[in-house]
Design a protein around this ligand. Structure first.
Ligand code: MG
Length: 371
């Protein structure tokens, strides 16, 4: 199975409501789509969101990385020669993890098709379903409480609340939401780097003292501040999950050795795809540190790849794959079924994506431009 073509397109999928975190506010998913073709007619799909405030990857950077570096490296190669191919993707350019992730997942898709097996099974997985949380954007306390009630009505029982915009409001936000939803609903919070270490300990311990029952806090402090992260981990009653602090397997190893976090959030867009995500999961497994699988604002192609990974790894105990259910439409055909909180993996070969609705992708480049 030789790689004969690569196509790039752009897709725009509207969100149900604006997505707001301590770092940004967004109205739609605007992703780059990668389609890799082979001599036998098989097609592998990948997707990458431009999440500049987290990964540094913009739309044009993702496109440029694939056009000028990654694409040229893999074109003409045999999918059967799989690990060297994945390594070539990682080695084609420094950084650019979102572009690498999009190509990496398209290659896994093809490799699964080559041997007629779903990627989750290729990875040794037995799970068929996952239960995801849903994100509540950061807003005024009463707005967040109303949004939380809406989420409960859609069947969710685990809420991920974004906090950190005007931190003086964060305890009030939690209080409003906990009072609205009652006990028995899991609440996790994500500060997206907004707090200082001391502020984090103070806010988290206040939340704990008030009985607000927080399952975990994601990335309380700046991504680079591993000492600060460790400070919070050691002093807070609330378990700390490292998100923006962990991009690469090397980052994960540093955090694991330091004991700087209680949990690790794996995202394909941070680590460059399934190949590196597996290394992070294995390292965490060795240290007995449980992982969350997360996503950016992504449509179904890339979140579907994360579903396959999560179905294969028991160390991934928490699922934050709400990208597709935050969207108001789903133009992607095939793949996992997202029925609100229940995600059911597809048992079709590869990643199971069968195509994209006509007219939804603006295809603007293919490798014939290289000839
Ligand atoms: Mg996060």
């Amino acid at each position: 199975m030789k790689i004969t073509s690569i196509r790039l397109g752009r897709i725009s999928v509207p969100l149900r409501t604006p997505f707001k975190t301590a770092l940004r506010s967004v109205n739609s998913v605007e992703d780059v789509i990668v389609e890799i073709g082979t001599d036998g007619g098989n097609v592998g799909y990948g997707e990458a969101p431009p999440t500049g405030v987290i990964t540094g990857d913009t739309t044009l950077a993702i496109i440029g990385a694939i056009q000028d570096h990654i694409g040229k490296t893999i074109l003409g190669r045999d999918v059967e020669d799989f690990e060297p191919l994945l390594q070539a993707v990682q080695g084609a350019i420094v950084g650019n993890t979102s572009a690498k992730a999009a190509v990496d997942m398209a290659l896994w898709d093809l490799y699964g098709q080559l041997y007629n097996i779903p990627v989750c099974k290729l990875l040794g997985g037995g799970r068929k379903q996952l239960v995801t949380d849903i994100t509540i954007s950061v807003n005024a306390p009463e707005t967040m409480a109303a949004d939380a009630i809406k989420a409960l009505k859609r069947g969710y029982d685990c809420l991920k609340m974004k906090v950190g915009v005007d931190p003086t409001l964060d305890v009030l936000r939690l209080k409003a939401v906990r009072e609205a939803v009652g006990q028995g609903i899991t609440i996790r919070i994500d500060a997206n780097q907004a707090w200082t270490p001391k502020q984090a300990v103070r806010i988290l311990n206040q939340m704990q003292e008030q009985g607000l029952d927080i399952e975990l806090v994601e990335q309380p402090v700046k991504a680079h501040d591993l000492e600060g992260l460790k400070y919070v981990t050691e002093r807070s009653f609330v378990p700390v999950l490292a998100d923006e602090s962990v991009f690469s397997p090397e980052n994960a190893m540093t955090i694991l050795k330091m004991g700087a976090a209680d949990l690790i959030n794996i995202k394909l867009m941070k680590c460059g795809g399934i190949y590196n995500a597996l290394k992070i999961a294995s390292a965490a497994e060795v240290y007995g540190v449980e992982c969350m699988i997360g996503c950016m604002l992504e449509a179904k192609i890339s979140v579907n790849a994360a579903v396959h990974l999560a179905c294969a790894k028991n160390i991934i105990t928490r699922v934050d794959l709400d990208g597709p259910v935050l969207c108001s439409e789903d133009p992607i055909l095939g793949g996992a079924v997202f029925d609100e909180k229940i995600i059911t993996v597809s048992d079709a070969p590869g990643l199971g994506i069968s195509g994209i609705e006509d007219g939804k992708v603006n295809w603007f480049w293919d490798t014939s431009a290289l000839a």
